[in-house]
Design a protein around this ligand. Structure first.
Ligand code: MSP
Length: 529
């Protein structure tokens, strides 16, 4: 039976247009999903939007629109952005979708019927922008520990979820399932900051917030936005709806990929809810670091906006979806924070995409055209040390790439392994000097072999690359007539069809004049401000 793989992004707040930061998680998940397809798995990749809560209602009001009018526009923009970035999701869930609303009500009722939710009075500290409740001990200098803004005292009749009952089970979970939450530093944070000090019961309804899912048996109460949001991971598969076949097929999730600021919701509240519902837990939660813009998580601070172009809606049409995907995937060591700058982005396009991959493909294709009329040659006796060395390094890179993704979802290192193949192949050209071989008739077989080895490197590297940079790799895959692109075909050289003619390819990544680009982007930016 085909192995299944279910991966999710957080569902994003459409209270503002999606940023490069939101693109970061989504591109990573898309690449991991695509990679698992290459591994032959039956993949389900879900993303979506978290559409309830005070902040959304406020944003709609500020735009003088009804909530749904506002949301529909924002979601159309989000979907357009995912299309531009070649995000190939299987499902886009909106928490305003009718089936989701009904399923959340069912989940709430079930938790209530089982005695995990009870009615009482809430008194505490609440951060309005984050929609998070905090205990006194969690505040930092009296302010919200996440956004450092003021919190307010809140007192109202409310329902509570018995989170306090789950501390020991959560500790057991982290101990028995060391892969549940990654990286390990996040486990330490959860234990030290939240579980060891003692978990409080969680207030899970608000009477003052109207834009949300009402408790069906007590409708003046609106369900806390995080209960509503976290449930998406199962309601999107049909849990709580008539057709729950996807839930049966794909749950538990193989991984929830999220930013580090929302780990506590995913590693404490979400598993506790699932335990209460008697539903298996996701296999992994991965809390990645932030893409920083001038040292800041948000790309909208004034100093950043004036010097840097961080709008994916400008960058993608100008430099291609692959270029933007590349910087997002490559620059940040997965799990840590990393800095984004336009200059870094443009330099990457030149050094890795144009000079390394693009150059390898164009040199190889033009030599093939010049010396072999674009026909894939046979290979003869590849026992020369340089050939054996090339083949071995490619095989190692293929294994490494898979290992990085499978053990740690480390897209950055996986992509670096793929580029290792291209660097090796470029060096192979320098050493074997095919242009010299072409001048000597007695070296004809050797020239065939060298060209064939280069084409095989391009085949193997490009199939791997198709998980990360789908557009340029599709062009190369089509021109080489690669029919299926499965991982199992990457273990060996000489899988291309000898005698077949390759199609012409244009330039994959034109070299950029970095200074000129920076200047033009700054101009575009100043027009926007
Ligand atoms: N709606 C909640 C998530 C609910 S999931 C059940 C939410 N939404 S959000 O719109 O604020 O998106 C946060 C997510 O966007 C982060 O967890 C992260 O995945 C991504 N990022 C937004 N800015 C980011 C960076 N600057 N860097 C990396 N990822 C960032 O929280």
């Amino acid at each position: 039976m085909t192995e299944k793989f279910y991966i999710t992004t957080p569902i994003y707040y459409p209270s503002r247009k999606f940023t490069l930061g939101n693109c970061y998680t989504t591109v990573i998940c898309d690449s991991i999903a695509r990679f698992n397809k290459i591994l032959g798995k039956d993949v389900f990749f879900m993303t979506g939007t978290d559409e309830h809560g005070q902040k959304i209602a406020q944003s709609a009001k500020a735009a003088s629109k009804s909530e749904m009018e506002y949301l529909d526009e924002m979601i159309a923009d989000a979907k357009e952005l995912w299309k531009m970035l070649k995000i190939d999701y299987d499902k886009f869930i909106r928490t305003t979708d009718d089936y989701h609303v009904k399923a959340v009500q069912k989940i709430f009722r079930e938790l209530y019927d089982k005695g995990y939710i009870y009615k009482s009075t809430y008194k505490g500290k609440y951060c309005v922008p984050c929609e998070s409740f905090w205990t006194e001990s969690q505040l930092v200098d009296g302010k919200c520990p996440d956004c450092h803004r003021d919190v307010i005292d809140q007192e109202e009749e409310a329902y509570f979820f018995k989170l306090s009952a789950f501390g020991d089970r959560l500790l057991e979970l982290y101990k028995n399932e060391p892969d549940f939450l990654k990286p390990q530093s996040r486990v330490n944070e959860m234990v030290t900051n939240f579980i060891k000090p003692g978990l409080s019961d969680l207030c899970v309804t608000r009477t003052s917030v109207k834009w949300g899912v009402p408790v069906d048996f007590d409708p003046k109460h609106t369900i806390y936005v995080w209960i509503d949001a976290l449930s998406n991971y199962i309601t999107g598969l049909g849990y709580g709806s008539d057709d729950d076949s996807n839930f049966k097929k794909y749950w538990p999730a193989d991984v929830h990929i999220i930013g580090k600021e929302i780990v506590r919701f995913h590693a404490i509240i979400w598993p506790a809810i699932l335990m209460a519902l008697d539903i298996p837990l996701p296999k992994r939660v991965f809390g990645h670091g932030w893409l920083l813009f001038g040292g800041d998580k948000l790309s909208k601070s004034k100093s950043v906006a004036s010097t840097e172009c961080v709008d994916p809606r400008i960058l993608v049409p100008r430099y291609s979806s692959d270029a933007v995907r590349y910087i997002l995937l490559r620059e940040i060591p997965f799990g840590s924070d990393g800095n984004y700058s336009t200059e870094l982005f443009l330099n990457y396009v030149n050094s890795d995409l144009a000079n390394n991959y693009g150059n390898l493909v164009s040199r190889t294709f033009s030599m093939l055209k010049k010396y072999r009329e674009s026909v894939i040659p046979n290979h003869y006796n590849s026992e020369e040390e340089i050939d054996v060395d090339l083949i071995n390094s490619v095989k190692k890179a293929v294994i490494d790439c898979k290992e990085y993704i499978e053990t740690n979802f480390d897209v950055s290192k996986a992509l670096a392994s793929v580029f290792e193949i291209f660097s090796k192949a470029n060096k192979y050209i320098e050493v074997t000097e095919p242009y010299r071989l072409a001048k000597d008739e007695t070296k004809s077989n050797r020239l065939d072999t060298v060209l064939r080895n280069l084409l095989e490197c391009i085949r193997i590297g490009t199939v791997l690359l198709s998980a990360f940079l789908p557009d340029c790799s599709k062009k190369v895959i089509d021109s080489l007539h690669i029919e299926k692109s499965l991982y199992e075909d990457l273990n060996e050289f000489y899988k291309l069809k000898t005698g077949e003619k390759v199609e012409e390819l244009g330039i994959l990544f034109p070299r950029l004049d970095v200074e000129k680009e920076l200047q033009e982007l700054a101009e575009i930016n100043s027009e926007k401000l």
